[in-house]
Write a protein that binds this ligand. Structure first.
Ligand code: SAH
Length: 498
């Protein structure tokens, strides 16, 4: 279904994780001429838009200046009248505290068609991301969503908010949005409404994003606990028996462990999610960043490749972009066979339509070289798309058997830690996860290795690099994948120190 020109689409962007946008929302973003977006909306969603689409930030800072609601209406209406497909991208669901209804009304009054595309609201997804349901059989049959904005006004508000108090009633579960700044006032009001100070309470910030943080306490203690844990905005508060009833503590193998992940940002989302699902508190501090850049090597030698060898997901992505920039496509390797270092690299290959012919049983470059060597002879041509810091392992390991060409398709750069990351590290880290020698290097250079942390490496290469930098890795994953690393952490936390 093609979107209609001259229409405003009010699209819910979901709570943060770009994966939580609806498919309909994604289709609209891909076709939009103009996108007016909120402050909290993920950049990854804007990246879906056509390069020539206008992307206009219309976020209002809390209590801040800048664009007014009337300006937003004006822009929506005038763009639609120019015959454009207009997407108004709003955090969460457009009709939960987002002034979406006002925008719809303004459009309709101006004779501009306006279509609402719902989104996943943080009011439900926020608690959900901490494993807390808003209803649960035998525990909570009802929930209410409130705004904490102006909760500390005292009363006498002209818009009649006080009168709403009666309507709050006593639903089993209370969810409060926009309540971080006035948390003490919010909790005081809830107590007045009859929720006891011992009622379970949890606060989660940046829910569903990799930097999500959560804290559980009671209604009486949550404000202080949130300050101690450094919970920021945007945050959702949930109060009710559902907090205590949701599974935590000893049932979860990594309960209470503070785990620091140093992978590049985009590679840490799933890992962080899995660690949290096992009860860990995750500190995301990417030590390195990846950029896919125009490499300064010349064009590809005009040979037909017998093998193309990928030793990371970044190499697959970088190579794919490299091809596109050189006006080439996968037919370059139509007659070639393809080797991948492990399942995640093979998965990335599948996304671009290539099936890996060879994956070693142990997911490391050395094993790949060993498995591949018997398939080569002296005349074999091997292409190795790699990063700026590629170690010579593949080239050196194979060059006696074949002609190997490294093609640099991405760059690795250090990321200096900011003050907020330093603060969180200073609060204590139980496990520091290292996924590459460069991550180890950056952590040491920036003096960010917490002395008390158990160091856990994805494989022996990283462990050896860490050791040569003076660290003592205690854990090396047996299977060199995130899954293997999480399993190793669980074993260690469970008391198996072998
Ligand atoms: N329409 C949005 C809510 C807008 S009000 C929705 O349906 O989610 C903005 C408030 O939403 C924030 O102050 C915060 O309380 C909450 N919020 C939005 N995204 C959030 C997130 N990722 N994590 C925690 N809270 C979030």
């Amino acid at each position: 279904m093609m979107p209609m020109a001259g229409t405003v689409y009010l699209v819910g962007a979901g709570p943060g994780d770009p994966g939580l946008l609806t498919r309909r929302g994604a289709r609209l973003l891909r076709t939009a001429d103009v996108i007016l977006y909120d402050r909290l909306v993920s950049r990854a969603l804007l990246a879906l838009a056509r390069p020539e689409a206008d992307r206009i930030p219309v976020g209002k800072r809390p209590g801040g200046m800048g664009i007014t609601q009337a300006d937003i209406h004006e822009r929506l209406i005038s763009a639609a009248r120019r015959g454009q497909v207009v997407v108004r991208l709003k955090g969460g669901d457009p009709f939960v505290f987002g002034r979406g209804s006002e925008e719809r009304e303004a459009c309709l009054r101006a004779g501009v068609p306006c279509v609402v595309v719902p989104g996943v609201t943080s009011a439900i997804a926020g608690p959900g991301a901490m494993g807390i349901p808003v209803t649960a059989r035998g525990v909570a049959r009802s929930f209410v969503v409130l705004t904490g904005h102006n909760a500390d006004d005292g009363g006498g508000r002209a818009d009649g908010e006080e009168e709403c108090d009666g309507d709050w009633g006593r639903p089993d579960t209370v969810v409060v949005l926009m309540g971080r700044q006035s948390l003490p006032a919010v909790t005081a009001r809830l107590k007045k409404l009859g929720y006891g100070p011992d009622t379970g309470a949890a606060l989660v910030d940046r829910a569903t994003m990799r930097s999500q943080r959560g804290v559980r306490a009671s209604l009486g203690t949550i404000a202080a606990a949130a300050d101690r844990a450094g919970i920021e905005t945007p945050a959702v508060l949930v109060v009710g028996d559902v907090v205590e009833q949701s599974v935590t503590g000893p049932l979860l193998p990594l309960a209470g462990a503070r785990v620091m992940v140093t992978r590049p940002h985009h590679a840490s989302t799933v890992l962080a999610e899995h660690l949290r699902a096992r009860g860990a508190e995750v500190i995301v501090g990417p030590a390195i960043g990846i950029t896919y850049m125009e490499p300064d090597v010349g064009a590809l030698p005009p040979v037909s490749w017998d093998w193309v060898v990928f030793t990371s997901r970044h190499a697959v992505r970088g190579w794919w972009r490299w091809l596109a920039r050189h006006n080439l496509d996968a037919r370059v390797v139509a007659g070639s066979r393809v080797a991948a270092v492990g399942p995640s690299t093979a998965g990335e290959l599948r996304r671009i339509g290539l099936r890996a012919d060879l994956i070693p049983t142990e997911f490391r470059a050395a094993a790949l070289v060993k498995t591949l060597a018997p398939h080569l002879d002296r005349g074999s041509q091997v292409l190795h798309p790699c990063g700026t810091r590629a170690r010579a392992e593949v080239r050196e390991g194979l060059q006696h058997a074949a002609e190997v060409h490294d093609l640099v398709v991405y760059a690795t750069c250090d990321r200096a830690p900011g003050p907020s990351l330093r603060r969180r590290v200073a609060q204590g880290v139980d496990y520091l996860l290292l996924h590459s020698p460069s991550a180890a290097q950056v952590m040491v250079t920036h003096r960010l290795v917490p002395p008390e942390a158990v160091i856990a490496c994805i494989g022996p290469t990283t462990a050896a690099a860490a050791q040569s930098l003076g660290l003592s890795p205690l854990i090396v994953a047996e299977e060199h994948t995130d899954r293997g690393l999480v399993a190793a952490l669980e074993r260690h936390a469970g008391g198996d120190r072998s």
